[in-house]
Design a protein around this ligand. Sequence first.
Ligand code: G6P
Length: 475
Amino acid sequence: MSQAELVIVANRLPVDRVEGPDGEPTWRTSPGGLVTALEQVMRGMHGAWVGWGGKADLDLEPFDFDGTRLVPVSLTESELRDYYEGFSNGTIWPLYHDVIATPEFKRSWWDAYVRVNRRFAEAAAANVAEGGFVWVHDYQLQLVPQMVRELRPDVTIGYFHHIPFPAYALYAQLPWRRQVLEGLLGADVIGFQRVADAGNFQRSIRRLLHYPTKGDTVTVPTINDQPRTVISKAYPISIDVDTFLELAHKPEVLARAAELREQFGSTKLMLGVDRLDYTKGIRHRLKAYGELLADGHLTGKDATLVQIASPSRPGVEAYQDLRNEIEITVARINGDYSTVETTPIRYLHQGYPREEMVALYLAADVMLVTALRDGMNLVAKEYVAVRQDNSGVLVLSEFAGAADELGSALLVNPHDIEGMKDIMMRALAMPEAEQARRMKTMRKKVIDNDVARWGRNFVADIDHIRERRAHAAVV
Ligand code: G6P
């Protein structure tokens, strides 16, 4: 088997396993943003992707799919509990999202995290060509860069962190804080969503490891060799704008958007689209909207909130609690303020295909993104991308990474319920000219910085490191 010039390592493979009509499992490209993002980077390269197949105990051989070699990593039930639900989503996820939920620090979870990270690293090392590029993704795999470096010192290693990196005072709680930093520093380029995330990371490096940092670089001492320079900086991720624009032009999607609009008549449509996650601020959004209904500022005839909350991490207790809380709140608000004709909240605990999402974006007067903390939030960018007539209002949390680029949104602090109520009212009443002025600025930003550019920027820094290495080897 020939080895790959580029190996992507991510917790999940870019495909979902589906049962065919004959009961035989087949694979289908998953709809995630990362997949389309990396498709562009992989184009024209001999690429492989190391990831988990989405089900416990799937012991599969590598296989080719759409020109990419897929290398499944098998995880047992108990590894999924301890590595995925445990350390990844019960420790790191809440800790890195400003402890909105309480992180648990369990030694058995850490042990599983180390073990599983090693399995991913070994699969990457076995599949990458001499002098190739291994690109590791996200918080589930923070130890992989160092492990790959130990196994394959000839390759160049990138790591992209899709979620926030917390302030030192929070990060310092992690009992394995040094090991995680050393794990990440195995990479040559470490990418973050925001400048602030890169800053937090570098501060932790200085405080805990005492390695010098300057601008975008960290100097890592080595035992026998020259110190190693690691680039750590912000590369804000984005969406594949063309795919979304294509969808927004499809006759079926336009017809569906028109149908939705007609159904709501003169009632304004406010839209929330999130994974059902406590970082997304869904409770705060519901509270503000519920109070506007209670105060009589709004009725279900003035506005409807369509809230899509796609099922997520159902095995983690904090997600079960959140689901209960949200569903009780929705039922209360609808019970108190529905009429026979109107329902103030349409709550959908379901995932939807992209076509339906785009139809909803086109039909929505106001998009609500009120995350308490979010690495980027691509929904905000998707909404903006498809609003070609420059109408529509984006309400955007200042705690979402997207706020760094989309300053022309109505920015909101979701903890400030009164402030959020004012912003919702302002959004619903915004004159067309102001909508157009804001949307135009935001669309330019999103179109100019699409995901292909994100990939190019990251890979350009990797290439730079490779050239420097090649030069050093010759001299
Ligand atoms: C976030 C993370 C991704 C993760 C996704 C879905 O976007 O940054 O790494 O894949 O959530 O979560 P799940 O746990 O279902 O993979």
